[in-house]
Write a protein that binds this ligand. Structure first.
Ligand code: ASP
Length: 581
């Protein structure tokens, strides 16, 4: 139907006749001549319609978002009307024929102007929002990323295998979405939170290297970086350790970055969990900026200053902020207290690196000198110090570090890192450890004895062979070396309080499979939505998903979720209690 895409017309085309199809993005009627900005997937071009000259439809009836077909001659724009912001800004198309392919009602949202339309309206008319340059661009980036990671996995000998959507519960720790079974009334399938168990079975099945661009579903509260359903690049490999998995995934990430930015991504650095917590106070450190946490244990080891007689004393040095006003400092103290600290000590560094703060008088001269030395403080800097239990101190300073330093999503480049050796357990609840990753994660070989002996809180220092991929402070994905021996798996289930009967009922098939020479294996999964969002410079993953849900899990476009009719429910053996108002 066309010779060119509207957005592809260039000065080189001047003099030639083109046929274009697209939508009316804007219309300016200059009494006599009408200017139409015609938009298609490639962009926008200006079309000039002189009603005296043009054949076909009457341009005076044409309105915004009408779908048109235009034949015309490309010509350079007159001097002074060139638009350097448009790729087509040097030219315009003088129409010779105008055909209305379809009329449009007045659009309920402005297409390319985000600020003025409410989100619900936009989502209800998502098909119109999708016409915007921003979503067009983002979905194209997404497609390039999908392709790049697929090709990278393929090139590394991985086999794409599709795993089922209707399954029994998977153990990722979130709530399952369930689907009632008609043939077994009263019973339910779960939608997969991940292909975890199946990919491990594929390893037992000798597939050796598996990957899948997998849809995962988790019934968790929605946030800017979380939707009910999301896409993962999911992978598993046999006879491999964490280094092997990280090398393979790093390749896929490099391919995705190159496909979007055209720039090569160098090696991805690796930090241990302990190091990430110590230096950045976070297991997803944003490496785009400094403000690292500094341990003051040596300086205040024997201090008389009560507030610093603690498990840990740490600081961040904020360069050039020595003059921060009292109100801002008070806000920081409040923030620290809100995060669980007893307080926050601030110190201004003055000329000659002397210190100024109401608390300085509680520090000995040696301590003051030590503080300046260890933090590397310069005149004009501000020091923020927190003391207390180490976990709390890291958490508080890590959060304040992000508050003070974190650039917007599209600034500061791409700083990926691997965080390895995560704790095996995240917390102890009712005397039982809760897995930090999932119950199939192998303990760190150096900590196996500790695992056997530790009780209570001690268990929290047992490390595992699990790892996360982080970019610019976002957790992109996680994975681990798996337990492949049934005896160790049974022991871990026992520690987690999953008794034999429950283990058999939920994962019996996996334990059975492990009896038949299960190979050592390891894997990983990363969220494609998040990766695409970062690469597109978006901080809400909704901007890179064609049909996202709202914060409350609704889809204003289709109306989901909706009730189903009684006959359907009866077939499923389900009766619905009236929801509590
Ligand atoms: N199944 C895990 C997840 O979705 C990833 C993995 O361990 O491979 O987080």
């Amino acid at each position: 139907m066309r010779t060119h895409r509207a957005g592809d017309v260039r000065p080189d085309d001047a003099g030639s006749t083109v046929e274009l199809c697209g939508w009316v993005a804007a219309r300016r009627d200059h009494g006599g001549v009408v200017f139409l900005d015609v938009r298609d997937a490639a962009g926008i071009v200006q079309v000039v319609v002189d009603p005296e000259q043009v054949e076909g439809a009457d341009v005076h009836h044409v309105r915004a978002e009408y779908c048109l077909r235009i034949t015309g001659t490309v010509r350079p724009r007159p001097d002074g009307t060139v638009n350097p912001d448009l790729a087509t800004g040097g030219v315009e198309v003088a129409a010779t024929t105008l055909e209305v392919l379809n009329a449009s009602e007045p659009p309920p949202i402005p297409i390319d102007d985000r600020t003025s339309a409410d989100e619900m309206l936009r989502l209800r008319h998502r098909y119109l929002d999708l016409r915007s340059a921003r979503l067009q661009r983002n979905l194209r980036i997404r497609s390039r990323v999908n392709n790049a990671v697929r090709n990278a996995m393929d090139a590394q000998g991985f086999v794409e295998v599709e795993t089922p959507m209707l399954i029994a519960s998977t153990p990722e720790g979130a709530r399952d979405f369930v689907v009632p079974s008609r043939l077994s009334p009263g019973e339910f399938y779960a939608l997969p939170q991940s292909p975890q168990l199946f990919k491990q079975l594929l390893m037992v099945g000798g597939l050796d290297r598996y990957y899948q661009v997998a849809r995962c579903l988790r019934d968790e509260d929605l946030r800017a970086d979380r939707q009910f359903e999301f896409m993962q690049l999911d992978a598993e490999m046999s006879f491999a350790d964490g280094d092997d998995v990280r090398a393979v995934i790093s390749e896929a990430i490099r391919a995705a970055v190159a496909a979007v930015t055209g720039e090569p991504l160098g090696d991805i650095p690796t930090l241990t969990y302990a190091e990430a917590m110590a230096r950045f106070g976070s297991d997803k450190p944003d490496l785009r900026f400094g403000l690292e946490l500094v341990d003051l244990g040596e300086v205040f080891g024997a201090t008389e200053f009560r507030a610093f007689q603690a498990d840990a004393v740490k600081a961040i040095r904020v360069p050039g902020q020595g003059d921060l006003g009292r109100a801002r400092l008070d806000a920081l103290i409040e923030r620290a207290q809100g995060l669980g600290a007893a307080g926050l000590v601030w110190v201004r560094v003055r000329d000659g690196r002397t210190l100024e703060a109401p608390t300085v008088k509680f520090m000995s001269e040696a301590e003051q000198l030590g503080l300046v030395d260890v933090t590397g403080a310069e005149a004009g800097d501000l020091l923020l110090i927190v003391a207390g239990a180490r976990r709390m101190v890291d958490h508080v300073l890590g959060t304040i570090r992000n508050d003070l330093g974190r650039p917007p999503v599209h600034e500061g480049g791409l700083h990926f890192c691997w965080v390895v050796d995560f704790p095996l357990f995240e917390e102890i609840v009712d005397g039982r450890p809760v897995p930090a990753h999932h119950p199939f994660t192998a303990p760190h070989p150096d900590d196996v004895t500790l695992l056997e002996r530790a009780v209570g809180e001690e268990l929290l220092s047992v490390r595992s062979l699990s790892y996360d991929l982080v970019c610019n402070g976002w957790e992109l994905g996680s994975g681990s070396v798996r337990i492949h021996r049934p005896d160790l798996q049974a022991a871990i289930f026992a520690m987690l309080g999953i008794d034999d009967e429950t283990a058999r009922a939920r994962f019996g098939f996996l334990l059975d499979a492990f009896k038949y020479g299960a190979p050592p294996h390891a894997g990983f999964a990363f969220g494609l939505d998040r990766l695409v969002a970062i690469l597109a410079g978006e901080d809400n993953i909704r901007e890179v998903i064609a049909f996202p849900k709202t914060q409350s899990g609704a889809d204003p476009l289709t109306g989901a979720p909706t009730p189903v009719d009684d006959r359907h429910l009866r077939e499923l053996g389900i009766s619905v209690r009236a929801p509590k108002k």
